[in-house]
Design a protein around this ligand. Structure first.
Ligand code: HMG
Ligand code: MG
Length: 306
């Protein structure tokens, strides 16, 4: 439990969870070759990023871009000091993830019933019942579990989402055994004071050091929202190189906040990440060349114009 959710203190260090290879690429309509996915992950690892979400063992009928996740996991150069979490919506996903040698998996729920139905074809309570055996089996296999909650500041189908609903779900998922809860502003609708209120509300039920922020930048609010939550002491941020991504079940959702934009801000604030920003910009360029379009990020675009 966070003893004083109103306290303002920036963390000294922030852990970046790079989600580009999963959240980013899952949204690409053109097939991205397996070798490019593998090279992207290896290059991100070389920048000093310590957590890279590498793949997704969901139904290939739902997300065809992730159908080569086994090959990707087998193809990357594993570094023992890096976590490579993968998405698993159900037991079948866990089985496939274990076959691929995953050491961390992520389950994903939503704070909105409508989004839960669209994204994973079940209600919120059914999703929790699905996670129960999955998390149990993961623990038996010695695999850690991360938990996502989508639509924490608004839903494309339902509109407003109450922070208390998110907090209850976060607590339930922690009790089930998730080591960390990542709060997803899936459609990038939140604003800074709302984000702070969300963290304070969730922080009443889940320790602050188990809260991660996963903000999509659809309306240009992500950095401001992150700053507002850093002020409360949150120290885990999900981001995507070159601002890749969106969500296939949230039309109009743009990419996650770009890793290079976050690193630029954190470097300027003197907050450590262990990430080499020059190398990261080379990866941004690699992504742009591979996908044939400029990066979404401001820092990435500024770098192109140099
Ligand atoms: P369903 O159709 O209800 O599943 O989908 P089912 O259990 O009835 O099975 C139907 C078929 O799918 C069967 O095959 C299963 O074997 C197969 P068939 O007999 O027809 O040949 N199947 C699978 N195949 C491979 N791997 C699996 C798997 N499971 C079933 N794991 C299901 C339910 C959950 C599977 C489906 O809805 C699904 O895969 N959804 C994933 C959607 C998704 O990946 N969305 C994007 C990721 S979430 C996100 O981006 C948000 C996040 O970034 C946070 C944020 O921004 O808010 C995390
Ligand atoms: Mg996302």
């Amino acid at each position: 439990m966070n003893p004083n959710p109103n306290k303002k203190s920036f963390p000294e260090r922030v852990e970046i969870v790079e989600v580009g290879p999963r959240d980013g690429l899952q949204n690409e309509s053109e097939w991205v070759p397996t070798e490019m996915k593998i090279e992207l992950i290896n290059r991100l690892a070389a920048c000093g990023i310590r957590t890279i979400e590498a793949a997704s063992f969901v139904s290939p009928k739902w997300i065809p871009q992730m159908k080569d996740s086994l090959e990707v996991m087998k193809g990357i150069q594993r570094n023992s000091s890096i976590r490579y979490p993968v998405l698993t919506p159900n037991l079948k996903g866990l089985e496939r993830a274990l076959e691929a040698g995953a050491e961390e998996v992520a389950v994903f729920a939503a704070a909105s019933e409508a989004f839960s139905q669209k994204n994973i074809n079940c209600s919120i309570s059914e999703s929790i019942e699905r996670f129960r055996p999955l998390i149990h089996e993961a623990k038996v296999a010695g695999v850690t579990v991360r938990g996502y909650i989508s639509c924490v500041m608004g839903c494309p189908y339902q509109g407003e989402v109450d922070a208390e609903t998110v907090a209850e779900l976060a607590e339930t998922m922690c009790k089930l055994g998730c080591r960390e809860i990542s709060l997803g502003d899936t459609i990038g609708v939140g604003t800074p004071l709302q984000a702070q209120n969300l963290v304070k509300t969730v922080g009443q039920r889940v320790p602050l050091d188990q809260i991660a922020l996963h903000f999509h930048d659809t309306r240009g609010q992500a950095l401001a929202n992150l700053y507002a939550c850093l002020e409360l002491g949150v120290s885990v941020i999900d981001s995507s190189v070159a601002g890749l991504g969106g969500c296939p079940y949230a039309s109009g959702a743009s990419g996650n906040v770009a890793t290079e934009d976050v690193i630029y801000m954190l470097d300027g604030m003197g907050i450590e990440t262990g990430i080499d920003s020059e190398k990261l910009l080379d990866v941004v360029q690699f992504v742009s060349q591979s996908l044939g379009r400029p990066p979404q990020s401001r820092v990435g675009r500024a770098n192109l114009n140099h």
